[in-house]
Design a binder for this molecule. Structure first.
Ligand code: SF4
Length: 347
């Protein structure tokens, strides 16, 4: 394998901006201006500051882009986008069936820092430990990202690990959010993976184009439009209100660049646990050339129990959705069960 290595230093969006200036593009600028203070969000949305729980914010800090906040309705505490990002008192209640690491990934499937090798034929690389938004239900909300920060040596170790295992055909970039990493690093990584003969596919899991559509820039398109790898982008959209005209345009651009688009949602109580919302979501995704892919039952992470939809209701919704929509618009209802060789359909 002919490996040409540029100087590697994984950088936070902040570092990159300060090193390279604004010429890097406006998405970095937007990442500099995330809403992190509860008082700012309360003021922007015309809600009382007391509604945002300080203890919950200490456990998992508020983080949201201005684009995503602009899609929320003002003065509406039940807004489905606000509920996904608002630190809530319910998060501070302990539930015995919930844990800090519901998928038990780091104990069993973590051969190297930043590498999760769990399923046959594919491997997950944590390309960034940052997100542009902190989703309150995130199964990695307690994840020790500080132990999975990849520097030059760790990147090379991960690439060598992939090169030595010919049973692998797909690499999945995850995080954090992999698209919070710079295009320069992602481009280098893609080039390295493209030189490994058994790697055929690159899949990127990201919420960034949804919360910051400017992220779909020409630099991103140039590495995603790889000659040697089939590339797909799995977005994470839970509610049709998240689909803005800017996101629709970004998806069209990605589709024209040959990137296949899929969506996975998490079934969330009081946010999308009704058939009308789920049907509208599938229709809106399809208009953006995004294939509905998975509807996940919540991973039982401590702090997210109030989002849980019981399996019976989830199954009813799934069957109603099948009666409502053509089959290709119905995402598969699944759950991730530790130790299983794949996601488990709930039917
Ligand atoms: S990893 Fe995904 S779900 Fe979790 S906080 Fe980041 S963007 Fe949200």
């Amino acid at each position: 394998m002919n490996t040409i290595l540029p100087p590697i230093k994984l950088v936070s969006p902040k570092d990159e901006l300060s090193q390279n200036g604004l010429a890097q593009g406006s998405w970095q600028q937007e990442l500099q201006q995330l809403i992190r203070r509860p008082s700012e969000l309360a003021e922007l949305l015309d809600i009382k500051l007391e509604e945002l729980c300080p203890e919950a914010n200490e456990q998992f800090e508020l983080r949201v882009t201005r684009h995503f906040a602009a899609l929320m309705k003002k003065a509406d505490l039940q807004d489905p986008l606000l509920l996904q990002v608002m630190p809530a008192l319910a998060e501070t209640l302990e539930h015995s069936a919930y844990s800090k690491e519901p998928l038990e990934e780091t104990e069993q499937f973590n051969p190297l820092p930043g590498v999760i090798h769990k399923y046959k034929g594919r491997l997950l690389l944590m390309a960034s430990n940052q997100c542009a938004i902190n989703c309150r239900y995130c199964f990695r909300r307690h994840f020790p990202y500080q132990d999975h920060h990849l520097g030059r040596k760790q990147w090379l170790d991960a690439i060598n690990y992939i090169a030595q295992d010919s049973s692998l055909s797909e690499v999945i970039l995850s995080g954090g959010d992999p698209l919070s990493q710079s295009d320069k690093q992602l481009s280098w990584l893609t080039e390295q993976l493209a030189q490994i003969p058994h790697i055929k596919r690159l899949r990127v899991h990201s919420r960034l184009p949804v919360v910051l559509p400017q992220r779909v820039c020409s630099e991103l398109l140039s590495w995603m439009n790889s000659k040697h790898l089939q590339t797909s982008l799995v977005l994470h959209i839970n509610h049709p209100q998240e689909i803005s005209p800017q996101l629709k345009q970004a998806c069209l651009t990605l589709k024209d660049a040959g990137v296949r688009l899929y969506n996975q949602s998490v079934l969330l109580k009081a946010i999308n646990d009704d058939v009308d919302t789920l049907a509208r979501l599938s229709e809106a995704l399809y208009e953006c050339y995004i294939q509905p892919y998975y509807l996940h039952q919540l991973d039982k992470v401590q702090g997210a129990a109030h989002f849980q939809v019981d399996d019976r209701h989830a199954q009813e919704l799934y069957h109603q959705l099948r009666a409502e929509l053509p089959g290709y618009l119905v995402p598969l209802l699944t759950q991730e069960i530790p130790g299983q060789p794949a996601k488990t359909p709930i039917i």
